[in-house]
Design a binder for this molecule. Structure first.
Ligand code: COA
Ligand code: MG
Length: 293
């Protein structure tokens, strides 16, 4: 189960070293916005080295964020890291699902070239960073079997629309970004892949992150991106169902099992029907060995 992805700027040996023991479900070595153009060649070499050493330790959960697929840099990024077989590619600023499809075709060739199993490399698009993308998010449906989920970003979208900020005075998303976030969530559901919420940039605000992540899970996100190792434990916990939810889910499943012909049933004075059963089954499927108290 993927709950937390940690971004690690690939030009920072210090952060790469720190990331070795970080408790992330997956790492994302960044070659894009967190790395200056002049540092990219070095970052690519470091990313490749890191991926290789990780694979040698049997850890296969390392992703790479390349530059936008239509930039000249993306080809160099892929050339550098594909020999080391990353778990997947995080795709920034795609104008639409077409960029993911073309990336998938490039990966077909690169996997063959480096004798990697065809289709092994997954793709995670940041599907709202380009303003045009928001008008065609349904095109992710059936786009490529490599699609591992959808995530979104608010910083590039804000820059694209010319906004001076994307949050209000309480730190909550302004309407443009709430819209983008919801569209990402809905598009992911339509494409039958998980949605991952975007980064929480105020990395010292642990209680704010905990609240945000719980709300994200409540809304339907399956995990979240992180920018700092201290965010991981909070995110990992927030995306597990709590005991009350698990108990309720067990009761709903049991109730329907006891009355298999019923469409709608009553539980604690509330109507429950098929969507509730599906949600209860999802909660039970998501339980770790150690559900939180
Ligand atoms: N991955 C790995 N290690 C990280 C890290 C990350 N994303 N963020 C911080 N660390 C390390 C630091 O290097 C430091 O290690 P050290 O004790 O060996 O020096 C330790 O964790 C504590 O870091 P801290 O001092 O609290 O933060 P910082 O000021 O060094 O870094 C940021 C703050 C925001 C610059 C940093 O967290 C970062 O680079 N995040 C990722 C940015 C990114 O990738 N953005 C692109 C996606 S939006
Ligand atoms: Mg960006």
């Amino acid at each position: 189960m993927m709950r937390s992805f940690l971004f690690v700027p690939a030009d920072s040996e210090r952060k790469l070293a720190k990331a070795e023991d970080a408790n992330a479900d997956a790492l994302i070595l960044d070659l894009e916005d967190a790395v200056q153009a002049a540092e990219r060649p070095r970052a690519r070499a470091l990313a490749r080295e890191f991926l290789t050493s990780r694979r040698n330790q049997g850890r296969e959960n390392t992703w790479v964020r390349i530059n936008p697929y239509d930039s000249e840099e993306a080809a160099d990024d892929l050339e550098a890291v594909m020999p080391a077989a990353p778990a997947g590619i995080v795709l920034p600023k795609p104008p639409g699902a077409d960029a993911a499809v073309r990336l998938a075709q490039a990966l077909d060739r690169l996997e063959d070239e480096h004798t990697i199993l065809r289709g092994q490399t997954r793709i995670l698009p940041l599907c709202t960073e380009h303003p045009r993308a928001l008008f065609s998010l349904d095109s992710y449906i059936g786009s490529t079997p490599r699609l591992a989920g959808l995530s979104w970003g608010a910083e590039d979208l804000a820059a694209a629309v010319g906004a001076s900020t994307n949050r209000d005075e309480n730190g909550d998303w302004l309407p443009t970004y709430t819209l983008a976030r919801s569209l990402c969530l809905i598009a992911a559901a339509a494409a039958s892949v998980p949605a991952f919420d975007t980064v929480y940039t105020d990395f010292r605000d642990e209680s704010g992150l905990a609240r945000y992540a719980r709300a994200a899970r409540r809304d339907g996100f399956r995990g979240m991106l992180a920018i700092h190792p201290a965010q991981l434990a909070i995110i990992n916990e927030a995306f597990l169902p709590d005991r009350q939810e698990i108990e309720r889910a067990r009761r709903i499943v049991a109730l329907f099992e006891a009355q298999p012909d019923a469409g709608a049933l009553a539980l604690d004075g509330q109507m429950i029907d098929r969507p509730h059963l599906l949600q209860a089954e999802r909660v039970l499927a998501a339980i770790d060995d150690t559900p939180k108290d």
